[in-house]
Structures are given as C-alpha cells and as structure tokens.
Ligand binder design. Structure first.
Ligand SMILES: N[C@@H](CCC(=O)N[C@@H](CS)C(=O)NCC(=O)O)C(=O)O
Length: 207
C-alpha cells in the first residue's frame, strides 16, 4: 500500500496521474498548503522540505518502509518499481529522464513564478511578470517543437508527459493561449481523454 500526501496542484497531480495509470492501490492524504499543513511535525517527518507531493511505500522489495519527496524522484521510483512508463535502459530511457528533468527545471518553477506574480504577489511587479512570462512562452515553444515531431515528449507515453500535463492544464493561469501552440494543444487534448489522467487530476478528491 502506498500513502500519497498531496494537494490539488500540478506537482501533486503528477503523482496521482501515475498511480492511476499504474492501477496501484493508494491512499491520498490531503495536505492543505493554504492552511500550512505542510509544516506540521507529522508531515515534516515525511518531507523535511515541507512541500507536497510525498509518498510512503509500505511494500518495498527489502521489506522496509520508504518515504520519498520531490515529484520527479517519486515518478522515477514508481515507474521503476512497476516497470511501466520509463524504459529500463537505452536511449529512450535517457530521453524520458531528459524531458522529465526539463519539466522539473523549466515549466515547473517558471510557470509557478508566473502564477505567483499574477495571482498572489501583494503588489504588481511588471519586471517579474515580463521576465517569467517571456520564459513561459519560450518553454511552450520548446514543447511545441518537440510535439511537432513526436506524438508524446518521447516516442511512448511516459512519466515525462505525466509530469508536464498538470502544468499545461494551468495554461490559463499563466496566460497562455494553447491555440498558439497547436502541437501542445493536440497532445494536451489527447492526454486529457485518458481516464487515468482525469482521475489523477481529481486528487485529492476533497479539493
Ligand atoms: N520540486 C518540488 C516542488 C514541490 C512544490 O513546490 N510543491 C508546492 C505545491 S505545487 C508546495 O507544496 N508548496 C507549499 C509551500 O511552498 O509551502 C517537487 O516537484 O516535488
């Protein structure tokens, strides 16, 4: 059994999408980051970095309980454990990890900054909005180019797609019109039809 500590945000939803795709039994625990639940002693003992998502796997190969944080690390762990959505070796494995790391270092933090400066900053900061907005457009152009030559970010549907989808699902928050990125739109619409993606996007169910 896997415990997933999460909230209704893109980083949390990456993991619930993968768990749904794998058809693995898991229990989702809501960590309401708006109410600072990520700072409780109980949660900090699972993730010393006080951010969702995190998992605790009670059924590991060595019989010990494993707790993990950082969404990219969790996706790789689960994909390797269940031998799906990340090739075991070869160029496709490296490309999958490459696009996963691209998401972790690019769209994740940059779109997050746009969301902050457009929706949460106490006062408008035009320089930050311009800087992160431009970088967001550049990242969408990179995704669009890749998706013009490939059905998915790599040849097969993978954890790299699952990591990127929930961020693109927030395109209105970072003021991106998907019609300007037709290949991203095609990919986004296609993934959105998957039942597991729809279910994963609805976790935690309370939100
Ligand atoms: N690099 C981390 C980022 C996690 C992250 O930023 N989580 C956000 C929600 S999407 C969070 O918990 N924020 C609460 C806070 O910063 O206090 C990951 O990918 O897991």
């Amino acid at each position: 059994m896997i415990d997933l500590y999460t909230w209704g945000t893109p980083n949390g939803r990456k993991v619930s999408i993968l768990l749904e795709e794998l058809g693995v039994e898991y229990t989702a625990h809501s960590i309401n980051i708006g109410k600072s639940e990520q700072f409780t002693n109980e949660f900090v003992s699972i993730n010393p970095n006080s951010k969702i998502p995190a998992i605790v796997d009670h059924d590991t190969s060595d019989g010990k309980t494993l707790s993990l944080f950082e969404s990219g690390a969790i996706l790789i762990y689960l994909a390797e454990k269940y031998e799906k959505f990340l090739p075991a070796s070869g160029a496709e494995r490296h490309k999958t990890i490459q696009w996963l790391m691209f998401q972790m270092g690019g769209p994740g933090p940059i779109f997050g900054q746009v969301h902050h400066f457009l929706r949460a900053a106490p006062e408008p900061v035009p320089y930050a909005i311009e800087r992160y907005g431009k970088e967001t457009q550049r990242l969408y152009a990179v995704l669009d180019k890749q998706l013009s030559i490939s059905q998915f970010l790599t040849n097969k549907y993978s954890i790299a797609d699952m990591a990127t989808y929930p961020w693109v699902a927030r395109h209105e928050w970072h003021k991106i019109d998907l019609n300007n990125y037709p290949n991203v739109k095609r990919w986004f619409d296609e993934l959105g039809q998957r039942e597991a993606v729809q279910k994963g996007m609805a976790v935690p169910f309370l939100n």
